[in-house]
Design a protein around this ligand. Structure first.
Ligand code: CA
Length: 230
């Protein structure tokens, strides 16, 4: 992180959990403004212009998704939604919330910190995007990862390109299956899992230990470079 202190707005009605995470983020050097209600959040975003918002979905007055959409109507600030359960995440991934990332509860402060850093990195103007690390040549169906050629099948090429286009966004198995493999019988979520595994093996075989494809338990996959490689 640069010398400038990043300001996080944290909206979470569970006070105890909020306290733990707030302390963790403060210790990591962020300035954190924590609130336990959805009321007044929009105004506070307009006024304080935070660098990132951590937003719980289940809030007593206004739900996090509604708040998230409202914020999106006037700001591109990175928003990470906190969801209570994996099945809730599955459901909300189906509609356009405008959020940058999702974290399932129970949350691990370390994971939150990693995702906050990643979201801030993506939103930062001067930092290199993952795009330069992975390159695609459509005319030759050729993909290179850190300059190393990946030996991919057509489907693997398309799959990698799809994940990469999301720039950290999570794609569900269903979205991947429909887009890459079609809806014919015999293609199911296991087809996707198997293809992801092969793709991961191919990437880590050209650059040892690299694993830019992240799986989000119960939800799907995203492409995100490990911090050390940027
Ligand atoms: Ca809650």
């Amino acid at each position: 992180m640069s010398g400038e202190v990043k300001h996080i707005l944290f909206v979470e009605d569970e006070v105890k959990a909020a306290d733990i995470i707030t302390r963790y983020l403060l210790k990591a050097g962020y300035s954190v403004d924590t609130t336990h209600t959805g009321e007044g959040v929009i105004e506070s975003v307009r006024e304080s212009e935070p660098d990132l918002i951590l937003l719980d979905i289940m809030l007593p007055e206004v739900d996090g998704i509604t708040i998230c959409r409202k914020i999106r109507s006037f700001s591109d600030v990175p928003i990470i939604l906190l969801t209570a359960r994996v099945d809730e995440l599955d459901r909300i991934l189906g509609f356009d919330t405008g959020a940058d990332d999702y974290i399932c509860k129970p949350v691990n402060p370390r994971e939150i910190l990693a995702r906050v850093k990643a979201a801030l990195r993506r939103s930062g103007p001067s930092l290199p995007k993952s795009r330069t690390i992975l390159e695609f040549d459509d005319s030759r169906l050729l993909a290179t990862y850190k300059g190393q050629r990946l030996d991919l099948t057509l489907k693997e090429f398309q799959l990698l390109k799809m994940l990469h286009s999301g720039d950290g966004k999570i794609f569900t198995r269903e979205q991947i299956r429909k887009k890459i493999y079609g809806t014919s019988r015999g293609n199911n979520s296991r087809t996707v899992d198997a293809a992801i595994k092969k793709l991961r093996d191919k990437i880590s075989s050209v650059v040892e230990g690299e694993s830019p494809i992240r799986s989000v338990y119960g939800a799907g996959y995203s492409f995100e470079l490990p911090e050390s490689s940027i």
